[in-house]
Design a protein around this ligand. Sequence first.
Ligand code: SAM
Length: 487
Amino acid sequence: MEPVCPISSSCATEISTLLSPPSPPQLQEYYHNIFSATLCSGITVKQDHNFGKGLYAAMDFKEDQLVLKDQMLLGTQHSFNKIDCFVCSFCFRFIGSIETQIGRRLYLRELKANESHACDVGSSSNSIQNCHEMDSSGEEESTLQPCSGSFKTRVPLPEGVVESLMNGQLRLPCSDKFSLPPSVPCSGGCGEAYYCSMLCAEADWESSHSLLCTGESSDPRRREALLKFVKHANETNDIFLLAAKAISSTILRYHKLKANCPKEKLKYDASCVSDNSNFSLLLEAWRPISMGYKKRWWDCIALPDDIDSSDEASFRMQIKELAYESLQLLETAIFDKECEPLFSLEIYGHIIGMFELNNLDLVVASPVEDYFLYIDEMTNPDKEEAEKITQPILDALGEDYSTCCEGTAFFPLQSCMNHSCCPNAKAFKRDEDRDGQATIIALRSIRKGEEITISYVDEDLPFEERQASLADYGFRCKCPKCIEQEP
Ligand SMILES: C[S@@+](CC[C@H](N)C(=O)[O-])C[C@H]1O[C@@H](n2cnc3c(N)ncnc32)[C@H](O)[C@@H]1O
């Protein structure tokens, strides 16, 4: 049955204002502030009537030159990847030590193997299949153990070794060459979030985690509701965790604006939509999210291959119901009357749809892979000596010892980049890019004034397959390559 969300009706006017596209001066001001804060002078954002926003070169770029590094607005590590990679919950750098990374992974895998419902742990890759890829490493998606076949081929370590790796008693040869920032636990005590520094811990707390922390210090009822919300997201689709961050960050920004400048000269005239003058502050707090191109999730999600087109309407209804289920759990946990429109299904659906149409796959290469490669490249007799210790560990980890940190993230500048099947740039991680920022590199020389484009799909696919994949983004490509190849 079609879900009926009372907030969508009672706050219809506010919701429609929140969802109306920003005006050109608002766009200009927002991106100008980002360029100034990040000292980014080589690019600019412009709007046109055909494709909406686009990113343009404000200087010449040479082939392979860095075009931009984009700081993510919202990101999350996939639930299924948390077993394999211990990363900062804010910037996604690997943390701890090579030993902790390995020990923790082996420990958690064993724990999962002993759980009867091991295969049920939520993986949400279905719903984020549209994310553009950031890395061309060709890595297979991490397999959740013990469901994967490779688990059987793993050789367990003698008792006590995993513990020694985790508690730092066992130091691996040459691991000091791969030092990682020590892990900083969340101050709320949730035991879920860890950081690479106090700076990241504080930034995450301020931006969203203070509302989403399930630590003992939080209100018990809220905590219980949050745990239910997180469980539901892990079992169905972890994109809901990112949507919760978007809502929490807006609520926290709203309260900060209200506390800091109650008489601030309001930037939006909201008098026509509400007699609640605080709505102007909510609009201001919502601004970073208002910039992203959006459609409702259940309208824009691609129809999976195994669903017949005659079942499309029912599939889209199921997606809508799932979103409403998740929203109701979130509402129980963090509802805020002053920010009521944010808890409407209409807004929730548009936030997730925005992720669907804009997000990049978040990929951060693993230092564990670098470590074993280093050992492999050593020369004898040092290599032989080191491998006496490292080989059993490598055997215990199995083939996917090099699993990357994987997640999904929304980037304010990259999300303005339009698609071309003959793109002049690419989202690509270089060796030194070890955090969750998006790195855009020029594929050829780009002249000042030219639009900077990336490909949302594998541009080497045949014409029809490219068009079919791009249909998920709601357009038919008319780039020079498509015009030439159109039958
Ligand atoms: C990641 S956003 C790109 C920025 C977007 N133009 C905006 O206004 O925010 C993706 C959306 O931009 C539009 N788009 C991107 N590339 C396009 C193209 N080559 N032709 C037509 N529309 C395109 C589509 O609506 C697509 O869903």
